[in-house]
Design a protein around this ligand. Structure first.
Ligand code: AHR
Length: 318
């Protein structure tokens, strides 16, 4: 009869000691698995830097994986994050489709997912907790509106498209074409992917200039600044003046674009802000603690043209 009497106080004391110990210890640092697309552009480099430096500042353990532009590498990384038992998984999907199976595996493992920069096309929105990123359709519209205003609605346009199948390539084209639909004097005569890289942007622009439409082009819409900067080189090598003979509007707002605008070689850049590390880790901390997070977190952005470039250049952070 004496045994149960002895055992009871121990049962009470142990949880109490555990509670006191837990309160005295600092909370375990958050572990976040992040799969980045690669390093294709100045924008991407700034985005990676924002995420890595913010994680370091907050003492978050970041498992970072670079997919080198391949969806299969991203899927492998996501599966390895599940195996490692990270608290939160975040990734910037290289293309929109093909994510459902791995997202279901992550959901089954009970790990919240935060999409950054680019979203996914899935039938079940509960497969991710939140998406933080720009409105790419609106960016395309902003580029189109700027060009329509600058040209009075008359332009023969070449388009350098981003990575095929990626959200920014699909959405920026869509937004830009919405504006063209309302401006019948503006038409795209050449359109091809430059994969968001400077080298490919140059190569494709060279081909555009050599095509039968080459000498008629009056404008270029590049889905990012890196491709525009490559195209500028190609235009100059063809003996034309970028920014004058061919007006150029692109997207991102990287420092190189501002330098080109200040030199009159690029006319407009629509901002796409890569510095989303702080917002990402606010969301990650909330999701890991089981608190509700908004399913869509937009990023605030502006539009800059040549007249603002020199003044804005010193304060550009990427
Ligand atoms: O997803 C954002 C886009 O990806 C940026 O506009 C581009 O520069 C990058 O590579």
């Amino acid at each position: 009869m004496g045994r149960p009497m002895k055992a009871r106080p121990r049962l009470l004391v142990l949880p109490l000691a555990a509670l006191l110990l837990a309160a005295a210890l600092p909370a375990a640092p958050l572990t976040v698995g992040f799969s980045q697309i690669g390093a294709e552009s100045g924008w991407r480099t700034a985005n990676t830097e924002s995420i890595k430096s913010e994680a370091a500042k907050r003492g978050i353990t970041l498992r970072f994986s670079d997919a080198q532009q391949k969806q299969e590498n991203q899927i492998k990384a996501l599966r390895s994050f599940i195996a490692q038992g990270v608290d939160v998984i975040a990734f910037s999907p290289v293309v929109e489709t093909g994510w459902e199976p791995v997202l279901r595996e992550i959901k089954q493992a009970g790990i919240p997912v935060i999409l950054t920069d680019r979203s996914v096309a899935v039938s079940d929105p509960s497969l991710y907790a939140s998406f933080i990123g720009s409105d790419f359709v609106e960016e395309g519209r902003r580029a189109g509106r700027w060009l329509a205003q600058r040209t009075g609605g008359k332009a023969v346009i070449a388009e350098l498209v981003g990575t095929p199948g990626s959200a920014p390539a699909i959405d920026r084209k869509k937004g830009f074409e919405e504006i063209l639909a309302a401006n019948p004097g503006m038409r795209i005569v050449r359109s091809q992917s430059g994969d968001f890289t400077r080298a490919k942007g140059k190569e494709v622009m060279e081909a555009f200039l050599k095509s039968p439409d080459g000498r008629n082009l009056t404008a270029l819409f590049a889905h990012n600044d890196d491709m525009a900067l490559g195209a500028i080189q190609a235009i100059e090598e063809a003996g034309l003046r970028p920014g004058k003979d061919i007006l150029i509007v692109s997207i991102d707002g990287v420092r190189g674009a501002f330098t080109a605008m200040a030199a009159g070689r690029l006319n407009c850049t629509v901002e796409c802000n890569p510095l989303i590390g702080p917002q990402l880790f606010d969301l990650a901390a909330a999701a890991a603690a089981g608190r509700p997070v908004p399913h869509r977190v937009p990023v605030a952005e502006g539009v800059y043209d040549e007249s603002q470039a020199a003044a804005a250049l010193p304060s550009r952070r990427y």
